[in-house]
Design a binder for this molecule. Sequence first.
Ligand SMILES: Cc1cc2nc3c(=O)[nH]c(=O)nc-3n(C[C@H](O)[C@H](O)[C@H](O)COP(=O)(O)OP(=O)(O)OC[C@H]3O[C@@H](n4cnc5c(N)ncnc54)[C@H](O)[C@@H]3O)c2cc1C
Length: 545
Amino acid sequence: MQRDEQLKKITEESLDVLVIGGGINGAVSFAALAGQGLKVGLIDRKDFASETSMHSSNLVWGGIKYMESYEFGLVRKLCMSRNQLMSAYPTNIRELRFFTNLDRGFRFPAIMLYMGAFLYWLIGNCCTGPPRLLTTSKIRDEEPVVKTDKSIGGIEYSDAYLPENDARFVFQFIRSAMDRNGIALNYVESLGGERDQDSGLWRVKVRDQICGNHHEIKAKVLVNACGPFVDFQNKALAQNTKHQHVFSKGIHLIVKRITPHERVLTFFADDGRLFFAIPMGKRTVIGTTDTQVPKPETHVTPEDRSFVLNNINKRVELEEPLTESDIIAERCGVRPLVVERQQDKTITDWVKMSRKHEIDVDTNQKTISIFGGKLTDCLNIGEEVVEFVRECGVKIHENTSIWYGEPGKNEHDRFLQKAAKIRLDDFTPPDASEQSSSRLWRRYGSKAFDLLDQIESNPELKEELIPGSECLKVEATHARDHEMVVHLEDFLRRRTKISMMISQKNLEENPATKEACQILFGDHSVDRWTSFIESSQVQKDVALN
Ligand SMILES: Cc1cc2nc3c(=O)[nH]c(=O)nc-3n(C[C@H](O)[C@H](O)[C@H](O)COP(=O)(O)OP(=O)(O)OC[C@H]3O[C@@H](n4cnc5c(N)ncnc54)[C@H](O)[C@@H]3O)c2cc1C
């Protein structure tokens, strides 16, 4: 019903702006434009955030590595973006310590790294805890899993991260824009379109990926936020841009927690790049890689896996070294890196390529294309897109509402009181990584009150959905009614992080997963279960070939 209504609205009404692509860049554009009171729509050909934005390292960081290439302007900008995100999202974005060990032969002594980290801290307005210089014995005492036989000491500094799923963070922007009358649809693909010179409107042809029907969407301005597919979409729209993308693949492996401490273990991998073991609830996310690839469609190869496993096994001492059988889930995405179109494509130092974003605007054609970027920079992208839409001639009223951020402290306190009243946390499983009330607030913001109301009228809904999932039954009923879940995977991987906590095999074998499917899809649950199993088989086949 929800989907049919959205489809009817987006095809019948003529929009001010259509955003194509629902990763972080599309989602913030959509939210910022809806916050200005514009009539704005967003479509994604798959689920929201189902490409690069669900494969990041979850770090919201000021770009400490750019200190080495003296890009202080970029570092300052990223630090300010990080600080702004940390203050707007106090429960979604948390400060985290990066505990860094250096081995003999590293290109700088520890003291120099410490001085760099100190400067980084100053550039970031000292908004986080200050850095520390670590001796080898301190590293050994504080983090015994780190191998210190070749250590020359290290440093600890702060940045921030998303303890939740990056894809869920993206979805929250989309959901908030929908509350401001934005119209969003997943599984609707843009096939390209034309600008009608008489009406001045774009007519974009789209295909509903669920039933195969074709429709047309009309809009004054188009925002191309297709991430790694921006160039393909511009071709379909017959648009030329100054910039284009090249691609770098990055993978992460998810394993059981390798240290109980809530901090990132930071190393320099064999290729000299920063390499992280990042906490995610009861799991550790290890990566990443940086490999040039010719096209955006990629998957994890055996070489990628062994690169990550070898590097971590060389640097941490566990009871047994990690092997492929310890991998619970994998993440694999391509970074869309921006280059000027005429630039020679034989890039010599791939890893040192800038990760900044560029936005190309054509005020005659009324198109805006977003290239590159980082999650960290997302609020700036939203603000910049609003300005470019204005330049394209769409009237924007001043003094419109703030389009991002969590509800305030009073609202949060009121939620915690209500959660305590219904004794929500009494049912948090003893091995859970956090209390259910913290998680519900972080994931749902003020909508979490509705979840408490549902639990109050049906206490069974506060039970865990699937053992070990850190997700309550009420979250599935909420997702069914409000979160545009089309496939089981949308829920398990993007609205929650269940499929990164529990392996695909265990999920398939557990009857509770089928029950979750039943809650989510009712009469359609058998079809959705079958497609869940089939799509996992397809992924296994792709990985094998
Ligand atoms: C391994 C890795 C680690 C990273 N780590 C970090 C990090 O720690 N911190 C950080 O800040 N950044 C990080 N990044 C960068 C960040 O993740 C990306 O810059 C960002 O997610 C890109 O978002 P996007 O919206 O441009 O693209 P995407 O997320 O790829 O979104 C594009 C969307 O467009 C849709 N689409 C494509 N074609 C069409 C069409 N024809 N019609 C409709 N929809 C279409 C796709 O389905 C997709 O959902 C990392 C990236 C990688 C790969």
